[in-house]
Design a protein around this ligand. Structure first.
Ligand SMILES: [Fe+2]
Length: 266
C-alpha cells in the first residue's frame, strides 16, 4: 500500500482576512504578519506543482497533516477545497485530513475544516470516538486530532490516551498514525514551548507500545524522516512540503519501508 504524505500547504494567503474576528483577535496579528512579510506567503505556483505531482503519482491514500490554511477562515478553506478538488476526485474517500493549529486559528475557525472537507474525514463525520479506518490490506489508519484554538500555538490531543492505547493494542493490526504536531524530534532539534504539544512524551510512548509502523505529521516547516531510538517506527515530518516536497511511503506486511522523499518537485 502506498501513502503520499504532504503537509502545511497553507492555501489561500490572498483570501485571508479577519473572518468576523474582532480587533483584538489573534487573527489580526496573523494577518499583519502575512501582509508585512511576503516571505510568509506561499507561492501558488509551488502549490500547483505539488498538486500536479500528486496527481501524477500512484498512491492508495494521501494524508495532509494539517495547516491547509493560514488563518482558518472560510475563504481560505474554500480556496483550499478548489485547489485540492482534482486530488479528491482522483481517489474519493482516500484523501485524509487533520487540522493544524493554523486551521483552528481562533474560536471562529472551529468546525469549518470538517464542514468544507466532510468527505476527507471518512471515518467519523460526527467526530465521536477514535477517528480511524481499516483498509482492505488490513491496516488501521488513525488520526490524532491535536489542534485547538489558543493564543499561542500549543496543541493537545483531543482523545483519551488509555482509550487509544487499548484500542490499538486490541485491534491487532499494524497502525499508520497521523497528527499535526511532532511526537518525537530528531537529534539537534529543540521543541519550542509555544508551539509544543501537551503530554507529547506520553503520546510518543503510544508509538512504542502499540504496533505503530509510522507516525506522519507536519507543523515544523522542514522535512525529516527518521527511526526514533525507542520503538520500531518511522517519524515522518512533511511540514516542509512547500520547499522540499513530501514523502511517499510503502507499507508492506506490517512495517513501513524507508520513506522516499519527493524531491525535486516537477
Ligand atoms: Fe504550518
Amino acid at each position: 500500500m502506498k501513502i503520499l504524505h504532504l503537509s502545511d500547504l497553507h492555501f489561500g494567503a490572498n483570501q485571508a482576512g479577519l473572518g468576523g474576528a474582532g480587533p483584538f483577535s489573534k487573527r489580526l496579528l496573523g494577518l499583519s504578519n502575512l501582509k508585512l512579510n511576503p516571505k510568509r506567503k506561499p507561492d501558488p505556483r509551488v502549490q500547483e506543482a505539488i498538486i500536479n505531482q500528486a496527481l501524477a503519482l500512484d498512491w492508495d491514500y494521501l494524508i495532509l497533516s494539517g495547516d491547509l490554511t493560514h488563518l482558518g477562515t472560510k475563504p481560505e478553506l474554500d480556496e483550499a477545497r478548489t485547489r485540492l478538488e482534482p486530488l479528491i476526485k482522483k481517489a474519493p474517500g482516500r484523501l485524509l485530513l487533520t487540522a493544524g493549529n493554523h486551521d483552528r486559528y481562533v474560536l471562529q475557525s472551529l468546525g469549518l475544516l470538517e464542514k468544507t472537507f466532510g468527505d476527507c474525514f471518512p471515518f467519523n463525520q460526527n467526530r465521536v470516538g477514535i477517528p480511524h479506518l481499516i483498509t482492505e490490506e488490513g491496516w488501521l489508519i488513525a488520526e490524532l486530532p491535536m489542534a485547538r484554538p489558543a493564543w499561542g500555538a500549543k496543541g493537545q490531543v483531543q482523545l483519551e490516551y488509555n482509550e487509544v492505547k487499548e484500542f490499538f493494542l486490541g485491534a491487532n493490526l499494524p497502525v499508520l498514525l497521523y497528527g499535526h504536531y511532532p511526537l518525537v524530534w530528531p537529534a539537534g532539534f529543540r521543541e519550542p514551548f509555544t508551539h509544543s504539544l501537551w503530554a507529547r512524551e506520553q503520546w510518543a510512548q503510544l508509538c512504542e507500545l502499540a504496533p505503530v509502523a509510522a507516525y506522519l505529521h507536519g507543523h515544523v516547516h522542514q522535512n525529516w524522516a527518521f527511526e526514533p531510538p525507542k520503538g520500531n517506527y518511522w517519524a515522518v515530518n512533511a511540514g516542509g512540503s512547500l520547499w522540499s516536497g513530501g514523502y511517499l511511503l510503502t507499507l508492506a506486511s506490517n512495517r513501513c519501508l524507508p520513506p522516499q522523499p519527493l524531491w525535486p518537485l516537477a
